[in-house]
Structure formats: structure tokens, C-alpha cells
Design a protein around this ligand. Structure first.
Ligand code: F6R
Length: 242
């Protein structure tokens, strides 16, 4: 595991964006595994800048997202499809047909989960998976528990997760109870993983995930088993490391 502590959040965003754009220069048809939430917003801004400067193209790339809320239509303002369009896809040249966010409004959620896995098989494997981390150690929406599911599945969101995400919805009652998420098995099949975290409030869970026992009670700890993980932290999230 390669752990890097950057001087500022801006450095962290620029570093992650440079790794992603560097991959596309060597493999223009790469499949990117993408995340939502507050963590990747600055990275996506940097990627859009790099694209605008003509330094990278996403025209042949594929993008597959980690997760989506169940019950939100793709055009709902808080859907992860809307998030991706707003923060990245509409600013770069990736064909929308090359992007896949699970459809949380699908009539048959099991079939939608299977279709997500199939899309990864068809165009993958994922060359680079970008991850944030939840306060409870979740990656994607794989919540802590006695066991974890390997492939894409429907998950009940923890109250802690719904509370953390209520900031995007205005109030907790509006936060969906369930989500579709890639499983940890799917995530761990990515050739390279970049996990990004910033802020003092992520320090404890990051330390636990990287140095504690490998356990389903902290899903991010399973990343310790992956051979190619880059952890990017700012001083606040990574101050314990040294
Ligand atoms: C989002 C996702 C989640 C977030 C995590 C951290 O697609 O998969 O695991 O990465 O909840 O969220 P933020 O970045 O808002 O702290």
C-alpha cells in the first residue's frame, strides 16, 4: 500500500487527477471506476481543467460508478447520475453511452445489479477505481457487518450513512433507505485503486482501515489485501502517519 500525505487538499486533488489522466495517456480506452460524495469533486474539477487544456481525452474511455440510491430517478438532483453529469461528464468528452451509473429506479433491482456487473465484464476490468471512505469505513455503500457481498447488490444504508448524507438532501427523511452498490469483490478486482480522504474527521477511520485488522466490520480494511492501492491523504486525515 502506497500512502502519500499531501500538503494541501489542492495538492491531493491535483495528484489524483494526474494519476487518472496519466493512465488515459497510456491507455485511452481505460475503464475508470468512479465515486461520488464530497471527496472527488475537486479531483473532477482538475480533470475537467486538464481536458480543457487539451492535455487528455476521455473519448475512448469508459466510466462505471460505484453506487446509486434506490428510488431516485436518474434526473433527480441528488441522484449520483446527476452528480456525475454535473461534476464531470458534461465537462469532458466522454460519450454518455460509455458511462454507467446504476439505475436506482429500475423495476427489477436484481437485474439492474446483474447488468452493472455485466457492463464491467464487457468493458473492464476496471483499470483504476477511485474511492472515498465513509465515517464507518464503508467503501462504495458496503456497510460494516458480519459479512460482505462480493458483487453488485442492494444494500440497506446505515443510519450513520443517511445522517452523513442528509447534508445533500436538506433533511434525513429525504435520504433513501437503500442503495445499489458494487460489492467489495467487484471493487477489489480493479487493477489499481486510489482511496482519497481529507479532513480531521476522517483520520480515525483511515488509521483503522490501513493499520487495523482486516475485517468486514471495516470494509475499507479489505484494501490491505489489494496489491496496488494508492492512499492520498491531506495533513488532517493523515497526521497520525509518520
Ligand atoms: C460514493 C461512495 C461513498 C463515499 C463516502 C465518502 O460514491 O461510494 O463510499 O465515498 O461515503 O463520502 P464523502 O466523500 O462525501 O465524505
Amino acid at each position: 500500500m502506497n500512502i502519500r500525505i499531501l500538503n494541501s487538499r489542492e495538492d491531493l486533488n491535483a495528484t489524483a487527477a494526474a494519476v487518472i489522466s496519466g493512465l488515459l495517456l497510456t491507455k485511452p480506452q481505460a475503464m475508470l471506476g468512479l465515486a461520488t460524495g464530497s471527496t472527488p469533486i475537486g479531483i473532477y474539477r482538475h480533470l475537467a481543467d486538464i481536458y480543457r487544456k487539451g492535455q487528455v481525452s476521455f473519448a475512448r474511455a469508459y466510466a462505471v460508478n460505484l453506487d446509486e440510491y434506490v428510488g431516485l430517478s436518474p434526473d433527480h438532483p441528488q441522484s449520483y447520475r446527476s452528480f456525475m453529469n454535473e461534476h464531470l461528464f458534461q465537462h469532458i468528452d466522454i460519450p454518455i453511452a460509455h458511462t454507467r451509473v446504476p439505475d436506482g429506479n429500475a423495476m427489477d433491482l436484481a437485474a439492474e445489479c446483474a447488468a452493472h456487473e455485466q457492463a464491467i465484464l464487457d468493458h473492464g476490468p476496471v483499470d483504476l477505481q477511485l474511492l472515498g471512505i465513509g465515517h464507518n469505513g464503508h467503501i462504495g455503500f458496503n456497510e460494516p457487518g458480519h459479512s460482505l457481498t462480493g458483487s453488485t447488490h442492494v444494500v440497506d444504508l446505515e443510519e450513520r450513512t443517511r445522517t452523513a448524507n442528509a447534508r445533500f438532501f436538506g433533511n434525513i427523511d429525504a435520504v433513501p433507505q437503500q442503495a445499489i452498490t458494487m460489492g467489495v469483490g467487484t471493487i477489489l478486482k480493479a487493477k489499481q485503486i486510489i482511496l482519497v480522504a481529507f479532513g480531521a474527521y476522517k483520520a480515525d477511520i483511515i488509521k483503522q482501515a490501513l493499520t487495523g485488522p482486516i475485517t468486514t466490520e471495516c470494509p475499507a480494511s479489505l484494501l490491505q489485501c489489494h496489491p496496488n492501492v494508492l492512499i492520498l491523504l491531506d495533513q488532517e486525515a493523515g497526521g497520525w502517519f509518520n
